[in-house]
Design a protein around this ligand. Structure first.
Ligand SMILES: [Zn+2]
Length: 276
């Protein structure tokens, strides 16, 4: 076990409040920006054990045979993800960080993209390389380097909430993207209607796997370095103070769609100095 950083990693505030507690685990939120964080949390050495094959087994099922009917069905579930960037980037090279069993990358390859993955799990990498024939780099961000401007699209699907420090991933993603490249980040949103309605039963907590808990607000602080922009949210967001009962009243009053609001669910990360 280790302690989370004393000050908020997004806004540097030292003020925190209790957000959620489940058995031995406690999630606090930064009073200034709302970023949620698990404290204490599993240490770096314990994370490896948490992500043994059993995690992926439980989360995603067994590794499927590449041409099986089950795989065909599984790949069809990935098409909604490809839709986020396909209109803007019809071809090119994709890196999926936290690629897990590689199904998203396989769906991308079938659609005509060049694909590569990155993950901390050796076990899933063996499957992705061997069964799917997709290259995977295993490790944490510190030890991995691609040349500048290597990729057209970098994706992080429900990944950034798992990492002990999300910042170096965003910083490196910026360097690895081509000038008109696109970063797509998807994380759970604890201020979304889904979380507010279900709260204790909300699937987005996943303790102790999820070390950070984001909101739209926590991802869009003016003062935060641009690299820290964290963009997400599959549900409309409610004010941070709203609780279960209030959420019910507000839910469905207006649905914000990804097309109306590009920061919702995925976005384009522009380089410093560009407009946007
Ligand atoms: Zn903060």
């Amino acid at each position: 076990m280790e302690r989370a950083a004393a000050n908020c990693i997004l806004c540097n505030s030292s003020e925190r409040s209790l957000l959620y507690r489940q058995e031995d685990w406690t999630v606090y939120c930064c009073d200034a920006c709302g970023l949620g964080f698990l404290d204490p949390r599993p240490g770096v050495n314990e994370l490896g054990d948490l992500y043994r094959y059993s995690y992926f087994d439980g989360q995603y099922g067994h590794g499927l045979k590449s041409r099986s009917p089950e795989m065909k069905k599984r790949l069809s579930q990935e098409t909604h993800r490809i839709r986020f960037f396909r209109k803007i980037m019809r071809k090119g090279r994709i890196l999926d960080i936290g690629c897990g069993m590689g199904y998203f990358l396989l769906a991308c390859r079938d659609t005509g993209y060049d694909v590569e993955g990155m993950d901390i799990s050796d076990d899933s990498a063996v499957y992705v390389r061997g069964e799917l024939g997709i290259p995977v780099v295993v490790g944490t961000i510190d030890g991995i380097n691609y040349p500048l401007e290597s990729f057209d699209v970098i994706t992080m699907w429900h990944f950034l909430e798992h990492t002990p420090d999300p910042r170096p991933y965003l910083q490196k993603a910026r360097r690895w993207l081509k000038r008109d490249g696109m970063l797509v980040v998807d994380v759970p949103n604890y201020a979304g209607t889904d979380a507010r309605k279900t709260w204790a039963l909300w699937k987005g907590w996943q303790l102790p796997y999820h070390l950070y808990h984001y909101t739209l607000y926590a991802g869009n602080l003016e003062e935060a370095p641009r690299e820290s922009w964290i963009l997400h949210g599959s549900q409309q967001e409610l004010p941070l103070g709203a609780r279960q009962g209030e959420a019910r009243a507000d839910a469905g009053s207006q649905t914000v769609r990804a097309t109306d609001r590009p920061l919702l669910f995925g976005t384009q990360l522009r380089r410093r100095g560009e407009e946007g």
